[in-house]
Design a protein around this ligand. Structure first.
Ligand code: PMP
Length: 390
């Protein structure tokens, strides 16, 4: 089915920051599966873990425990400060579970409260409930009627959150950095004020770290910039390093699902959990996150310098989730098109894969392992693409 405008190349293999097609062309990849490939393409650690696990046990079924899921649950809980976890396969599934958990909490502890305050331009997924929780323009009319109970506040505006609250409120849900909106950060002081407001009113704070989690921002969690601890935390994308797995984590006091309330055939399958364990091993290894911060500093400085030459405002975002606003309309769309078309096998000329998160705005979400030389090469290619005549 035609659900996206996909360009022609048929990608066939990759290694680290490089993606190749079936016609011998190669691209330096700053999209990385949409902020998914934490360790780049086909990382040895994940490939070996998946291969070994495939020969041991693929899926005993969601009605049984398995050793990989048990270990991953323990390690994620320790790393996040949360107490319990439910595994799914996509970010939307983790967020759908978070919404259900908050509604169940409302039924059990808050007299049936069910409303979850979410934010304009937020993105939480493409199930009906997560689309309703999202604030992407147009989502309210697509597939109407929406799932009710998601009043929308404005990011970084506490009064707009207060205005959404009422007796039916049970939670506030947001991304530490709105990725799909164009890399718009929830200010640390706003997140701290939100935490206080939730505590005062007995509301749950749900953080969607599907895009910001697992080292993407240079810290393990995007929320670390504010020091705010959520009641419910969702993970996806980078957790499996390219293998589909997501997680819904929560504090013990919030965990009110009874058997039968939540489930999924593939959740917690040991194949995906083995991949996530391999990713966690790498990301938590001494020095890894310091390395991400160093690489992020290099990319940011290079983008800021390039932006200054072009007349762009300073780069936004954190770590290796960054955005550059361009001075000309459609400049980002055109740069992404040119970066794709630039690859030429006969001339051994590489292309550059870019995400135009908006027509005038580029989002950068490279592998956390991208090298300094690759960053410099990407910056040089980007400048050439942005300066080339129409
Ligand atoms: N939450 C956030 C913050 C996301 O960025 C995304 C995906 N872009 C999702 C949820 C949905 O994840 P998935 O596509 O795996 O369902």
């Amino acid at each position: 089915m035609r659900v996206a405008q996909k360009p022609a190349p048929l990608f066939s293999h990759g290694r680290g920051s490089w993606l190749h097609d079936d016609r011998g062309r190669r691209w330096l990849d700053l999209v990385q599966g949409w902020a998914v490939n934490t360790l780049g393409h086909a990382p040895a650690a994940v490939a070996q873990a998946v291969a070994a696990q495939a020969g041991r046990l693929l899926q005993p079924g969601p009605g049984y425990h398995n050793d990989r899921a048990a270990e991953l649950a323990t390690r994620l809980a320790a790393a996040s400060g949360m107490d319990r976890v439910f595994f799914g396969s996509t970010g939307a599934e983790a967020n759908e579970g978070a919404i259900k958990l908050a509604r169940k909490f409302g039924q059990v502890h808050r007299g049936g409260a069910f409303e979850i305050v979410t934010f304009e331009n937020a993105f939480h997924g493409r199930t009906l409930a997560t689309m309703s929780a999202s604030g992407k323009p147009g989502f309210d009319r697509l597939f109407a009627p929406q799932v009710p109970g998601f009043p929308k506040a404005r990011l970084n505006d506490l009064d707009s959150v207060r205005a959404c609250l009422g007796p039916a409120s049970v939670a506030v849900m947001l991304e530490p950095i709105q990725g799909e909106a164009g890399v718009i950060e929830a200010r640390p002081d706003f997140l701290q004020a939100l935490r206080r407001l939730c505590d005062e009113r007995g509301l749950l704070l749900i953080l969607d770290e599907v895009q910001t989690g697992l080292g993407r921002t240079g810290r393990l969690w995007g929320s670390e910039a504010s020091g705010v601890r959520p009641d419910i935390l969702t993970l996806g994308k980078g957790l499996g390093g390219g293998v589909p797995i997501s997680a819904l984590l929560a504090r013990e006091a919030v965990c009110c699902f009874a058997p039968g309330d939540q489930g999924g055939t593939f959740g917690g399958n040991p194949l995906a959990c083995a991949a996530a364990l391999a990713v966690l091993d790498e990301v938590l290894a001494p020095g890894f996150l310091a390395g991400v911060q160093a690489r992020a500093g290099r990319l940011r400085a290079g983008l800021d310098a390039l932006g200054a030459r072009l007349g762009s405002p300073p780069v936004e975002g954190r770590g290796l989730l960054l955005a550059l606003e361009l001075p000309n309309p459609d400049a980002a769309t055109r740069a992404a098109e040119r970066g794709l078309a630039r690859a030429d096998a006969a001339q051994d000329r590489p292309g550059l894969l870019l995400n135009a998160v908006r027509p005038q705005r580029l989002r950068f979400m490279p592998a956390l392992t991208i090298s300094a030389a690759e960053i410099d090469q990407a910056l040089a290619l980007l400048e050439a693409l942005l300066r080339s005549p129409r």
